[in-house]
Write a protein that binds this ligand. Structure first.
Ligand code: 5GP
Ligand code: ZN
Length: 139
């Protein structure tokens, strides 16, 4: 498989590594939106969050937290935007799960996750809720 982030995960393509363990790698985004903009990936290929084996998820999110803690300690930002672009419509360009950790500072001019899209549904909230829980009775 020709996957850019698999190659970065296996150090076949160089990156500026922020944190590494046996299962995950965090490295600086090549096109940072803020100082310290980092992406965290599982080393095992998974195109999206939906493709990650359940047993790998805990370690992965622990790595996201550890990376954010490292950035918090060193760069002392006022906050973070932490998120995933999933699917082309949402801006996913690399089909290997990656969590963006973007340090944020007061007055940096950026918005919140709510500024990513503003297409509220015409259908009632309760109807949408009903549909969602009907298809997943455990929720
Ligand atoms: P996406 O749009 O898929 O959520 O984000 C992909 C991210 O990967 C982008 O922010 C882009 O700048 C970053 N990126 C793409 N190619 C490389 C690369 O070769 N090295 C590094 N470090 N980052 C990359
Ligand atoms: Zn991959």
């Amino acid at each position: 498989m020709d996957c850019l982030f698999c190659k970065i995960a296996h150090h076949e393509i160089p990156s500026l590594v922020v944190r590494e363990d046996a299962d995950t790698l965090a490295f600086l985004d090549i096109n940072p939106r803020a100082a310290g903009h980092t992406v965290v990936i599982p080393k095992q290929h998974a195109a999206t969050l939906l493709d990650v084996p359940r047993e790998a998820l805990g370690l992965f999110w622990q790595a996201v937290q550890a990376t954010a803690l490292q950035l918090h300690t060193v760069l002392q930002p006022d906050g973070f935007t932490i998120g995933v672009n999933q699917g082309r419509c949402a801006g996913q360009a690399v089909d290997h799960l990656h969590v963006h950790i973007i340090p944020r500072w007061e007055g940096d001019g950026g918005g919140s996750i709510h500024t990513v899209v503003n297409a509220p549904p015409t259908e009632e909230l309760a109807k949408i809720h009903e549909k969602i829980v009907q298809s997943n009775p455990k929720s």
